[in-house]
Design a protein around this ligand. Structure first.
Ligand code: ZN
Length: 296
């Protein structure tokens, strides 16, 4: 999908709604209140439920609800965020779409909220787990940064040849690492690769995975020892950091998890031609995100 495609295919409110209806209700439109499909269509936009005397459109009760922004601009915003591998700032969206900063900021956050994985199957095969530190002073993004309270910890878990997941963690203690690994990695995993951080052995032991744990010794400057490396998760970290430095400049700790969701959602679909439609489908089926909730 390109920007000219979006302009051509979804250049009117009706065309946008037609697609959203297909994505939200693959078979028949359904009342968001009582879920009946016995509905009357009033016009291209409005549906009416006799059961609960409710008049609604496809955006009712979704992330698009109550938005004054034309759907055509929403669609363009989605495409821009889908195609920006390192993300796009609200300022850039503001300039490109010709909207206010507040509208752009809220738009980005609503799209981002929909880029949350709803299904997270357990990972197996070869899984890499790594931790990194972001924020704080620039140019000091290194593992030596641990202990700097301005830095935020991100844990990355990636199945080789499979999915990537990022998590904003409070610390890198054994218990924390064990929790993330247990929640994401199958007991049937072949091997889990990590660096030599001393919290990993305890974490693996506590969840009975010690026998599957392999460590790469970065301190000894051994970055690749045959098949034992964490390079695939590290390459995802480097993309994340380029996004944060180059695009967003600063991310508050409060919104970090949402940015991590956006980055991993896009990363996991980088070879998927349906990224745009996938994102819209998530948006039309995800719960409402109010401005009050965002700034709370
Ligand atoms: Zn109803």
């Amino acid at each position: 999908m390109t920007l000219p495609d979006v302009v051509e295919l979804f250049g009117t409110d009706d065309k946008c709604r037609e697609l959203l209806e297909r994505l939200r209700w693959p078979s028949d439109p359904e009342c968001p209140r009582c879920h009946t499909t016995a509905l009357a269509r009033l016009d291209a936009r409005l549906l009416y439920c006799k059961e609960c005397d409710y008049q609604f459109s496809v955006t009712a009760g979704t992330i698009f609800h109550d938005s004054h922004l034309p759907l055509q601009k929403w669609f363009m915003g989605v495409l821009l965020l889908c195609e920006a591998r390192k993300g796009m700032s609200a300022n850039q969206i503001k300039r490109t779409l010709g909207v206010s900063y507040k509208t752009a900021w809220y738009l980005c956050h609503r799209i981002r909220a929909a880029m949350k994985e709803t299904e997270r199957p357990m990972m197996d095969g070869t899984v890499e787990v790594d931790e990194t530190y972001i924020g704080g002073k620039q140019h000091t993004y290194s593992k030596a940064g641990y202990g700097d309270s301005n830095k935020q910890i991100v844990i990355g878990i990636r199945q080789r040849g499979g999915d990537l997941r990022f998590f904003h963690a409070q610390d890198v203690k054994s218990g924390t690492l064990a929790k993330f690994i247990k929640e994401n990695v199958s007991e049937d995993v072949d091997v889990i690769m990590t660096d030599e951080l001393n919290a990993y052995p305890g974490a693996m032991k506590s969840i009975d995975m010690a026998a599957k744990h392999k460590t790469i010794k970065h301190k000894a400057k051994v970055y690749v020892d045959g098949d034992i490396h964490t390079n695939t998760v590290e390459s995802a970290f480097s993309l994340l950091k380029r996004g944060i430095i180059g695009t967003w400049h600063r991310i508050s700790a409060k919104h970090l998890a949402a940015y991590l969701d956006e980055m991993s959602f896009r990363f996991n679909r980088r070879k998927n031609a349906n990224l745009f439609l996938d994102t819209l489908r998530h948006m039309i089926t995800a719960p409402v995100l109010t401005f009050e909730k965002l700034i709370a």
